[in-house]
Design a protein around this ligand. Structure first.
Ligand code: UN1
Length: 489
């Protein structure tokens, strides 16, 4: 067993211990193994971090975008260099597989590269004026100090896709990652520090959810970006609105895969499997509902069941493993409770659905990949509530319209996956499905940094993330009516 690493915070460009109580991150595959430990951040640390971000903000805003970008590009190279080592740490601390962990570190590098090159893109707009001798420019400036609150499920990629645009557009940051995955947060900061980020521009505080609450209350914030649960996101949004702070909150999903009768069933099985069970279903974009056309449902479900039962569940550091544990005891308990409730409400188990019998797996937070078929009628909680685990609920649809209606039967609208080989059905889906992200013939998860990311309905609040949307959120515009200084010119 490796010795636990010491957790530290990063304020004003220096690593330091916290002033709060002890906090520990563990390996969810073997909960008796401590990954990292240290003192969490307290109110004094929060005050110092916000002060540091204020002290650094003017100089960073004045730094040319190409210079800011160069820091991100150097950090990207560092992440690429350490992808194998840090991806392994990620798998140990979060529980996703080694391939996913290492892939995520490389994805974070890709995100830093995208924003690192932002100086080469257009930075505003020029309009003509109805008056002679005048042009109208729209220029952009950073918001100032941004609070960043990130979830456990992408310990380095989600922080990168919030922090990289915040920094690229000239803001400074106070970041509170999920306390379950602090080690990877330290790695991202280490990369940026080694890349030459000036002190105070990025400040990292490790602590529990309460610390996030303190952060949103702090009057020094000029903006807040959050990804996480719907309950927490709504509460942060209400508090931020209460003192006029712009917020971007990316929250729940109950994403459907829709398999129409003409779909390539083998392709759809493989993609649904990835969407539902990669990262043990712990993605806001994971497939948690499956809607399948009546005519192909029996065949499709038996193929899906067979493939699901062939998945190897176990220690994510074993390269043969397809699915690791869920992140902690609380997640394990709430997912199991959700399955029990579904069964008590009439769901039928197609596969999984019970805890593992005593084995190596029972020491960790492993949950069987589970598929539940729901009765046609009646309200079943698992159809509506996000369990954030490897649980897929299935309903059959009697027509394409019925399938789209079932997919839209959710307060959320983050992503969906539509499987069909008929272009007219795909185009109809594009019009009918109320989602922020639609995958046609690929799984419901996955996102690129240069295009908008986020949901409709109750999945998100405030502007979307990534691409042009990130610039919208992390900057404000100044409309400049520009004339020469001399009469008649
Ligand atoms: C992805 O689909 O690869 O919290 C990324 C989440 C999302 C990110 C999904 N914000 O799962």
């Amino acid at each position: 067993m490796k010795p636990a690493l010491e957790l530290q915070h990063y304020v004003s460009g220096r690593w330091r211990a916290g002033t709060g109580s002890t906090i520990t991150s563990i390996n969810p595959a073997r909960p008796d193994e401590t990954i990292a430990q240290g003192l969490q951040a307290g109110p004094t640390d929060l005050g110092h971090a916000v002060d540091a971000a204020h002290a650094g903000k003017h100089e960073w805003a004045r730094t040319p975008p190409h210079e800011r970008g160069a820091v991100l590009l150097r950090a990207a190279a560092i992440l690429e260099q350490y992808a194998a080592a840090w991806g392994t740490e990620l798998a140990r601390e979060e529980g996703k597989t080694l391939t996913e962990g290492q892939g995520e570190v490389l994805r974070a590098a890709q995100i830093l590269r995208y924003y690192g090159n932002d100086g080469d893109r257009e930075a505003g707009a020029v309009f003509s004026s109805p008056r002679r001798g005048e042009r109208i420019l729209v220029t952009r400036k950073p918001l100032g100090v941004i609070g960043v609150i990130t979830p456990f499920n992408f310990p380095i990629a989600i922080p990168a896709w919030k922090i990289a645009p915040a920094l690229a557009y000239g803001n400074t940051v106070v970041w509170k990652p999920a306390s379950t995955v602090p080690l990877l947060a330290m790695r991202l900061v280490q990369a940026l520090d080694d890349a030459g980020l000036p002190g105070g521009v990025l400040n990292l505080l490790i602590g529990p959810g309460l610390l996030g609450n303190e952060l949103v209350k702090h009057r020094g914030l000029d903006g807040l970006t959050f990804t996480g649960s719907t309950v927490v996101g709504r509460s942060l949004a209400a508090q931020a609105a209460g003192h006029g702070v712009p917020i971007q909150a990316e929250m729940g999903g109950k994403n459907a895969a829709i398999v129409l009768a003409d779909a390539d069933l083998e392709l759809a099985v493989e993609q649904v499997l990835l969407g539902a069970f990669r990262s043990a279903g712990q993605k806001c974009t994971a497939t948690s509902r499956l809607i399948v056309a009546e005519g192909v449902a029996s065949d499709f479900l038996s193929m899906l069941r067979a493939r699901t039962e062939s998945l190897v569940v176990g220690d994510p550091l074993d390269s043969n493993v397809h699915m690791g544990p869920v992140v902690n005891a609380a997640a394990y308990d709430s997912i199991n409770r959700g399955i029990e409730t579904a069964l008590s409400q009439g769901a039928e188990v197609l596969t999984g659905g019970t805890p593992y019998p005593p084995s190596d797996l029972t020491a960790g937070y492993f949950i069987q990949p589970t598929i539940l078929e729901l009765p046609r009628e009646g309200s079943i909680d698992v159809w509506r509530e996000e369990l954030f685990g490897p649980v897929l609920s299935v309903r059959r649809a009697s027509s394409t319209q019925a399938a789209f209606d079932l997919a839209n039967d959710s307060e959320f609208g983050l992503s969906a996956a539509l499987f069909t080989q008929d272009l007219s059905q795909a185009l109809r889906g594009l019009d009918e499905l109320d989602v922020g992200i639609l995958h046609v013939n690929s799984e419901s998860a996955g996102a690129d940094p240069h295009v908008p990311f986020g949901g409709v309905k109750k999945s998100g609040y405030g502007p979307k993330e990534q691409g042009q949307s990130a610039r919208e959120f992390f900057t404000h515009t100044t409309t400049v009516y520009l004339r020469g200084g001399r009469n008649g010119s």
